[in-house]
Design a protein around this ligand. Sequence first.
Ligand code: TYD
Length: 132
Amino acid sequence: MMYELLNFKVRGDHTGNLVALEQGTDFPFDIKRVYYIWGTDRDAIRGRHAHRNLEQVIVCTSGSCDFILDDGHERVTVHLDNPAVGLHIKSNIWREFTNFSPDCVVMVLASEHYDESDYIRDYEQFKTEIAK
Ligand code: TYD
């Protein structure tokens, strides 16, 4: 399975909505790092890498964007536009994200600290590594 979509519990009423992500109960891994991305041009393409070990849950907390996921055999596009949904991606999946709405904010919850050696930034290298 290339990815799974997590439907978070929403605590909502007439004053608005709240999602709480708590380690051990609502979440598939221990969160070591959170980062977020905004101010992206619609046609910008971010990502263009895979991770050797990292797991991530990606939430589009505002607006929308498309995640293109590739396991070396097939490519799928996942449209994210709901802050109550998390895109869970495990290791060894090539990802690119694009088609950003002007108000898009992408929040990423990651299972490890930042480590450049965990990145595979070359697509041919990715294909070589997953074939092993
Ligand atoms: P990168 O992961 O390439 O961004 P994206 O996948 O969204 O296109 O990261 C962009 C830059 O930010 C790069 O120089 C590495 C740095 N960076 C950190 O220092 N810490 C982090 O946690 C992340 C995700 C990136």
